[in-house]
Design a protein around this ligand. Structure first.
Ligand code: FAD
Ligand code: EPU
Length: 339
């Protein structure tokens, strides 16, 4: 019997700590329970919202439907050869818990993705990434359930159509599938990615000569703790916007006006610009508007100091977008999913 609760506060289930009520709320621990739920004639009529760790959503109003929190657990070795091991992981597993499992077993590939909040099931949604690695680099396949037909469907790497903070599940198939498990291909021999950001400097500070995946993970954890607010202490959803990619010609024009503007070429004629720099230069860093604001150490992170609402954060985000656009001619796109 699946326990469906009524009028449940979602505050403990979103990292902004926003107080929003779900008309119906259910946690599913087994794929079969999800399948049964999707066949129920009454529940089928309701709007649905899938939820993992709630670390990439902005809840703007009460949800007059069924919130399904995916809590399917399990980590299983499904294949291995001399170089690789394939792990099938339940969508409800905690992401960093999986990273720690792999560190303990010497499975390499996740170390740069340490300490990202949220669930395994949401990780392919936006192809999570950090410190020069994205899950597309270790992703093998996933299994999802079509919310209308209840049918299971495997998705290959190509079918997920991963991009920077993007996948088919955020675009063409938005709201259509529940991801129930993800299979990753990890390396038995590490291939280190140490060139991004402060990783090498932090390893030096730690006194690490010869890197290991455990040391790289520890370095990433240290860097992240120094920059990003802990949602347990200050409500946030990580980067609120994506870093924009602009044509090189536009970048060159901006660079002439703002010589300090950082930029990272992504193709021969596209340059990625740090949104945090644009927001800081537009004067928003550390700015507080009532109970919400722009973080004082990382301008790309919007925060809820306590008692803020999703609508206030949305309003702040729009004001940030407008002023960055007026100053630099670049419209920032949110990374966070609005509900
Ligand atoms: P949720 O917020 O619960 O859901 C996100 C979206 O996915 C929603 O649209 C939801 O409906 C959908 N969804 C959730 N589960 C499923 C499922 N099983 N099937 C189908 N749809 C589903 N992200 C990065 O990429 N890199 C970072 O470095 C990073 N750092 C962060 C730091 C902090 C402090 C915070 C708070 C967030 C950070 N994030 C980062 C964002 C976030 O952690 C990731 O996007 C994470 O994958 C979200 O997982 P979640 O389970 O919390 O998803
Ligand atoms: N910057 C500023 N001011 C700020 C913040 C940043 O000028 O207040 C500039 C600096 O030039 C800095 C650059 O932006 O060098 C990059 O900043 P940082 O290294 O903090 O990374 P980011 O671009 O802000 C991205 C991801 C993060 C990821 C880190 C590390 C996006 C949208 N964000 O942040 O992902 O952890 O790089 O790889 O791509 C997330 O997606 O939620 C997230 C936290």
């Amino acid at each position: 019997m699946i326990d469906i609760q009524e009028n449940v506060s979602l505050r403990p289930y979103n990292t902004f700590g926003l107080e929003v009520i779900a008309r119906y709320f259910v946690q599913v621990k087994r794929v079969e329970d999800l399948e049964n739920l999707l066949q129920d004639p009454e529940l089928r009529k309701l709007p649905r919202l899938l939820l993992g760790g709630g670390s990439n959503i902005l809840l703007t109003k009460d949800f007059e439907g069924l919130v399904i929190r995916i809590a399917i657990e399990g980590i299983e070795v499904v294949n291995q050869d001399a170089d690789h091991v394939w792990l099938r992981v339940g969508a409800g597993e905690n992401w960093h818990g999986l990273v720690e499992y792999c560190l303990a077993h010497d499975y390499a590939g996740f170390e740069n993705l340490s300490l990202i909040p949220g669930s395994v099931g949401a990780s392919p949604m936006q192809n999570i990434g950090a410190y020069g690695v994205e899950i597309k680099d270790v992703f093998d396949s996933l299994e999802a359930i079509h919310l209308e037909t209840g049918k299971r469907r495997p998705f290959s790497h190509a079918e997920c159509r991963f991009g920077y903070r993007e996948s088919v599940f955020k675009r063409e198939l938005k709201g259509q599938y529940a991801i129930v498990s993800v299979t990753f291909r990890l390396n038995k021999v590490p291939r280190f990615h140490l060139d991004y950001g402060d990783i090498r400097r932090t390893l030096d500070e730690m006194g690490v000569g010869q890197p290991s995946i455990q040391a790289v993970s520890e370095a990433v954890v240290r860097i992240r703790r120094s920059k990003l607010p802990d949602p347990a202490e200050l409500g946030n959803a990580g980067s609120f916007f994506k870093n924009p990619e602009i044509p090189k010609a536009q970048f060159d024009q901006l660079k002439a006006r703002f010589p300090e503007l950082p930029g990272y070429p992504t193709t021969a004629d596209q340059v990625k610009v740090p949104a945090g720099w644009l927001i800081e230069r537009a004067g928003w860093k550390g700015k507080r508007v009532g109970a919400v604001g722009v973080h004082d150490r990382q301008a790309l992170v919007l925060v809820n100091y306590g008692g803020g609402t999703g609508l206030k954060i949305k309003e702040l985000a729009t004001n940030v977008q407008n002023s960055v656009e007026a100053e630099f001619g670049i419209r920032l796109t949110p990374e966070v999913n609005f509900v």
